[in-house]
Every structure is written in structure tokens, then in C-alpha cells.
Design a binder for this molecule. Structure first.
Ligand code: BGC
Length: 721
């Protein structure tokens, strides 16, 4: 179907890491990198589990990769057939974005292999693969389907005491090192041919092997089902994994596929945008939506999404502000129960945030910059490795990126404003807001001889400039957080007793009195010729072009920020910072002010983070820079189609999918091009449609109503569905 399928011809060994991301299959519970069944850890084969973490020795904690449940290897007349081998005649991969269905066709000469696989959206513990082998020459074929002991880990190993079980159902049961979490993968292969089979168990894993003298023209089909459970899901996870694949085997591949497709139809019915007028843009938008939808935690009431989704272990599988500022808008407008799960995760991890604040000597909630399970901080003090000295570089993201707590409050408040659902605030959300506000009361820098209050020694979204004072974005977010705390009183006017009891429980009375004063006293930004200074002293930094700074690099993977980075002493910034503030608080600025800042900062922005372009695009829509908005939209939406984005921060590999950009693409289309605004459940459109788009149509919800927005150059309407 047009604009729904990503195709690649050829096996591209040099881009295997990036292709594994682009062709990712996932279902929120787990993600499987898009590589052929025959490939292993050398090609970054991984089944990454959501919310299961482990730490090996003193290495970085990261998500656990389960064994590969859909591994199949072939050999013909003793020669192993792999897509990477020189003899391979043709190899083609295709991902259908509508259904997360990955197919591949490989012509090995003596035989060809076609397969279709998916990670079930109907049962998140199930994955299935259907393989067809066509024989072109007489010879001896060997098929090995199994669970290899060949797991790609960045900071592993994570699975120990592996116990293999051979038989009709193969199984690998193992435990993680740190918390002794059991991970069970079971595999059930159903051949449509009658050949005696043997089993092999050993160091390399567990396999079912079929050997057959085959004749040219013969066709063999095999369905493979795998079930994955951990002891976090169920005590008897091995039995559950076995049952999952056994039942799927009974049902058959086609029936499982039908259920999976129905589940995807339901997801797309609630979220799918239709863009007409530009085929490449339509494909990119579809890709963005696929990538964000396929990693949403639909199986859990309280779970968030890591910065690289389920495409592997990069960024330690941690949850960043990306969740609240970049993914949240699509979910809250289309599938609010997922937005709720992202926020429930923050409510649940409040104890971790209280603990982190206390570690730094503050009261209140200071959320982890890189949050793992339980709110544990995954960000280390040395988060980058220098390419010249190979030494870890002291970075301050963990300590100084204090806007994270206010970002969470921003989403909590938006959730209430957009859905009208107060229950999240009643069930821990109000406490989160109050504790975050308390952190900012505590973290402020007051002066004996001045009235205004500073926030010194912080890092804003632009991570290249560390330890700055009065970052305009951070100060504005803090003000919003404090205002949100005060607004709770109004939200709970009908539950006064309950709210007062909450303040009492939190021993908040004295802090409550100080909130209003602090709001008045937080330092506003310096403004020069309409341009907001990003932080104190920013305008005094060297004002040179991006090209000049780039020309100073001595190494392609060199880190631009920190003490010795090329950007630190200049006005070149990594990503939207002032512009992110303008995008999040559009009402604070006139169009002229927004445009003056856009014109100043855009040429000074490296867009070194995939979070950057969407903020610039949103502001460009508003100020009528539609050609620029269009280019930034394409850049944002196509990142996981082309496999773009930075792959390295110094010597640390940071490749993977880009959920924040995926969410950013939705934001540009819905909030920018269509100009959707939902205020207290009432929706309006203020379209700014670029000339390249002839029609934009998408579903959304407002206060429980299911609506559809339809925009062309002649009309813009919202109709009930
Ligand atoms: C960006 C952060 C972002 C993180 C995870 C970094 O490169 O600077 O803003 O949260 O990546 O996506």
C-alpha cells in the first residue's frame, strides 16, 4: 500500500545497527531489532524488555535483552546460508508500518527464504514468524530453529544460570545478576513438513534441527512462535512462556496474525493521521506514528518509555524529559490512558525523586534525569567518554538539569486541562506537584541585597552549556510548577478538607505561604532587541557561525559540550532552548517576539538532538515561516525512516529509534499545521497548512469525546466520530 511500507534492497553490513532500528518490531512489552532471523549478537540481535533492568559489576545499568526467540539458521550441503555471505544473490526487507509486520526475501542461490514476523499487539508476550523455503537445487538442507545463547549486550552480560530445555517446546530460563529476575523464553516451531527432528542443547543454546534431502522445486514452510515472560509478570514465568507459544501454535500463524492486525487497526483508528499532497512526508509521518505507538506501554498501568524506545540498550533504557514534553502530547490527545501510564510511572517513582533531592541536600522532589525502574537515577557523573584521552568526562546532567521536575508537572497539569480527569491528581499527582514545587523553593538562590531570586548552576535543554545561571527555559518552567501547585487549591475547591489534609500530611503549611512570593521574585530573562538571553552572560559568548565551530572539530565523534567542547565558549547551542520555552508557553509571547527569537537562535542551533527541530517547527508555524516549518517537519518525521540522528556522544554509542522526534512529528502536524488547541475539553483549530499538504485529517479526543479534525486549504472542521 502506498506510503505504508519501508523497503530496503540488499543486505547492508555497514549499516546493520541503523537498519535494526529502522525495521524494529515492538509491542510495548518488548522490542525486536529488525535483522534477519539468521543473524546474532554480531549484528546486534536483541529482544529488549521494557522496564527490566540489570547492572553488571560496576558498568552502567541497562535494560535486559532476552534471548532471541525467533532464531532460525539454514545450511545447504554443509554451507551455512546467511544474508551477509557473498554468495547471497538478493536480499530484501520490508516493514509494513500499519501492522508492524516485518518481511524479508532472500535468494541464496540453491534456495530462497521468505519470512513474515510480528510481535503481537494482541498478546504482548507472543512473537511469531512464518517462513517459506523454496528449493532450487537438489541437496541436503538443514534447518535449525532455536534459542541461541548469543545475546547482544552493551554493558552485560545480564543473564546467568541458564537452563535449557529441549523437546517439542524449547525453553531458556535464566536469572539477572543484580535482582535475580527470572527471564523465560520458550519457542514452539510448527513445521508443515514431515521430517525426523533432533535436539541440540549445549553452550550455544537449544535448537530443534531438521535435516532433509530436498529436491529442486520443493517448498517447505515453518511457523515459529515464541513466548516471553519474566518473574515480574508472573511467578511461574517458564510455564507462562511455554503456554503462550503452545497456544499460538494450536491457533496457527494466520489466526495469530489476524488478532494482531485487529489490535493495530484499533490503535490506528484512534491515532492515525492522514497527510495528503506529499508521498514522502506521508510515509515519514506514518513511520513516526508507528514507532511511537509500537513502544507504548499498553500492558501496564504505570510505565514510561525510554529515550530510544525498545530498540536496544542505548541511553541505558532510561526515561528522560522526552516522555513528558515530547511523547505525552500525542498520547494525551489520542490515547489518554497511555499518557496516564507515563504519569503514573512518575507518581510511583516519587520516592526516588525525594531521595535524589535529599542526596543533594534539598527537600522536595528532584526527579532522575535518566530514570530507571523505581525512579532510580541511571545518569552517572561521567556520562561521556573523551575521544582523545579515552577518559570519562565529568558531565553535570544528573546534578544540574533541574527542569526535569517541572517538566513532569507541566505534563500532569496538561493531562488535567486536556482530559478534565482529576483522578490522577487525586491519586498522587497533587503530591508530585507539591513536592516538585518544594524542591524549587529549596533550590533557589536568594540574595541579601536584592529582591529577585536566581537559579544558579543549572543546565537547560541546551546541554552544551553546563552550569549556567538563570536559564530562561528553566526559570519559566519553575514558575509554571509553582503556579500549578497554587492552582491545586482552585482545582480542589470542592474537596477542601481533603486538600488541607494533604498539605498537613506533607507538612507543607510554611512552604505553601512562600510559593506566591517566590513566583513574584524569580528572575526574568534579559531581553536585547526582543531576543531573550538563554542564560546570564550568553550574549557575551563568542558569536560565530555553526560552520566555524564545526571546522574546529578534530575528530568526527568529538563531544561539543562540557569544559573542553568546541561549543561551550560560543553561542552555538545543541538544541531548542529559548525556542522550546516559546513553544511551551505560546501565550507569553507575541508573534513578533516569537519570530525575533526564532531568527536569532535557529542559525545558532546545531540541532544536535532529535528533540530540537520540532520546537523550532512549532514556533515557525505560528509565525508563518511555513517553508522552514515544512523542512523541520520532514527532518523530524523522517529520522527513523532514513536512520538519521547522532550515533555517538564521544565514545558512547547512542544510536536507536527516536521516540521524542516521533512525538515531535505528531506535535508539528496536529498542534502546528492544524493548530489544534484543547482548553478545558473544548477543541479549536487554527490551521497553518504548508502549501505541500493538500489535506490533513486525524482523530483526537477531548474530555472523552471522540473527534476528527479535517483540514484543507479551504476549510478546517472538527466533527464527532
Ligand atoms: C538531549 C536531551 C534528551 C536526551 C535523550 C540528549 O541528547 O540533549 O535533551 O533528553 O538526549 O533523548
Amino acid at each position: 500500500m502506498e506510503n505504508a511500507i519501508l523497503k530496503k534492497i540488499g543486505y547492508d553490513a555497514g549499516n546493520i545497527a541503523s537498519d535494526g532500528n529502522r525495521f524494529l518490531c515492538a509491542n510495548g512489552y518488548m522490542g525486536m531489532r529488525g535483522i534477519p532471523e539468521e543473524d546474532g549478537s554480531g549484528q546486534y540481535a536483541a529482544v529488549t524488555l521494557a522496564g527490566v533492568y540489570d547492572r553488571y559489576r560496576d558498568r552502567w545499568r541497562e535494560p535486559v535483552n532476552a534471548p532471541h526467540g525467533l532464531s532460525v539458521r539454514l545450511s545447504f550441503d554443509g554451507a551455512s546460508m546467511t544474508p551477509a555471505s557473498a554468495e547471497t544473490v538478493r536480499h530484501e526487507t520490508a516493514l509494513d508500518y500499519r501492522y508492524g509486520l516485518l518481511s524479508r526475501d532472500t535468494d541464496y542461490g540453491p534456495l530462497s527464504l521468505h519470512s513474515e514476523r510480528f510481535l503481537s499487539m494482541a498478546d504482548c508476550h507472543l512473537m511469531a514468524d512464518c517462513l517459506r523455503i523454496r528449493i532450487r537445487r537438489d541437496g541436503m538442507l538443514e534447518i535449525r530453529a532455536g534459542i541461541p545463547d548469543d545475546i547482544w549486550d552493551i554493558n552485560g552480560p545480564h543473564l546467568f544460570d541458564k537452563q535449557y530445555q529441549a523437546g517439542r517446546i524449547l525453553c531458556c530460563e535464566a536469572v539477572t545478576g543484580e535482582k535475580r529476575i527470572t527471564v523465560a523464553t520458550a519457542q514452539h516451531a510448527v513445521p508443515a513438513f514431515a521430517v525426523e527432528e533432533t535436539y541440540e542443547t549445549g553452550k550455544g543454546g537449544v535448537f530443534r534441527v531438521w535435516r532433509k534431502q530436498v529436491r529442486s522445486g520443493e517448498e517447505l514452510a515453518l511457523s515459529v512462535f515464541a513466548g516471553v515472560y519474566t518473574s515480574l509478570d508472573r511467578g511461574d514465568c517458564k510455564a507462562a512462556a511455554e503456554e503462550t507459544c503452545l497456544n499460538a501454535g494450536k491457533k496457527g500463524f494466520d489466526a495469530c496474525l489476524r488478532e494482531h492486525m485487529q489490535a493495530w487497526d484499533a490503535i490506528r483508528d484512534r491515532s492515525e493521521m492522514v497527510l495528503e499532497g506529499d508521498g514522502a512526508a506521508a510515509l515519514a509521518l506514518r513511520a513516526s506514528q508507528y514507532h511511537l505507538n509500537c513502544i507504548a506501554p499498553r500492558h501496564a498501568g504505570s510505565m514510561s518509555i525510554p529515550a530510544r524506545g525498545l530498540s536496544g540498550q542505548t541511553y541505558k533504557g532510561a526515561v528522560f524529559w522526552d516522555a513528558e514534553i515530547f511523547y505525552f502530547p500525542m498520547f494525551v490527545h489520542t490515547q489518554p490512558e497511555i499518557a496516564r501510564s507515563l504519569l503514573a510511572y512518575r507518581i510511583e517513582t516519587l520516592p526516588g525523586a525525594l531521595k535524589k533531592a535529599a542526596e543533594y541536600g534539598f527537600r522536595g522532589a528532584f526527579y532522575a534525569w535518566e530514570s530507571q525502574e523505581g525512579g532510580e537515577e541511571g545518569c552517572t557523573n561521567f556520562n561521556v567518554v573523551d575521544v582523545f584521552t579515552h577518559r570519562p568526562v565529568r558531565t553535570y546532567f544528573r546534578d544540574k538539569q533541574i527542569h526535569i521536575s517541572a517538566d513532569i508537572v507541566y505534563a500532569l497539569r496538561s493531562y488535567y486541562e486536556i482530559t478534565g480527569d482529576r483522578s490522577l491528581l487525586e491519586n498522587g499527582g497533587a503530591e508530585v506537584i507539591l513536592e516538585c514545587a518544594r524542591f524549587y523553593l529549596n533550590r533557589s538562590n536568594a540574595h541579601l541585597d536584592r529582591d529577585d531570586v536566581d537559579y544558579d548552576d543549572v543546565i537547560g535543554p541546551d546541554e552544551y552549556h553546563e552550569r549556567v545561571s538563570n536559564n530562561a527555559f528553566t526559570n519559566r518552567m519553575i514558575r509554571h510548577c509553582l503556579e500549578s501547585a497554587l492552582r491545586l487549591e482552585e482545582i480542589f475547591t470542592d474537596r477542601r478538607g481533603w486538600f488541607e489534609a494533604l498539605l498537613k500530611k506533607l507538612a507543607y503549611e510554611a512552604d505553601w505561604e512562600r510559593l506566591g512570593t517566590l513566583i513574584q521574585r524569580i528572575r526574568g530573562p534579559v531581553i536585547r532587541g526582543g531576543v531573550i538571553e538563554q542564560f546570564d552572560g550568553y550574549f557575551g559568548l563568542e558569536d560565530c557561525s555553526l560552520e566555524t565551530v564545526r571546522a574546529r572539530l578534530c575528530h568526527p565523534k568529538e563531544y561539543w559540550g562540557g569544559d573542553h567542547g568546541v561549543a561551550g565558549t560560543t553561542q552555538i547551542i545543541k538544541q531548542a532552548d529559548v525556542i522550546a520555552m516559546i513553544a511551551l508557553f505560546p501565550g507569553d509571547f507575541t508573534d513578533e517576539e516569537a519570530d525575533a527569537n526564532w531568527a536569532y537562535y535557529e542559525p545558532r542551533t546545531e540541532h544536535g538532538s532529535s528533540l530540537s527541530s520540532c520546537m523550532y517547527a512549532l514556533t515557525a508555524c505560528r509565525t508563518g515561516r511555513l517553508d522552514e516549518a515544512w523542512d523541520l517537519f520532514l527532518r523530524t518525521a523522517s529520522i527513523d525512516v532514513t536512520g538519521g540522528g547522532k550515533q555517538w556522544a564521544g565514545e558512547i554509542y547512542i544510536g536507536g529509534t527516536h521516540p521524542a522526534a516521533n512525538g515531535g512529528a505528531w506535535m508539528i502536524a496536529a498542534l502546528g499545521f492544524a493548530g489544534l488547541r484543547v482548553v478545558r475539553g473544548e477543541a479549536e483549530l487554527h490551521p497553518r497548512l504548508p502549501r505541500q499538504i493538500t489535506r490533513l485529517s486525524f482523530p483526537f479526543t477531548a474530555k472523552g469525546k471522540q473527534l476528527q479534525a479535517e483540514i484543507t486549504h479551504h476549510h478546517a472542521v472538527i466533527r464527532p466520530r
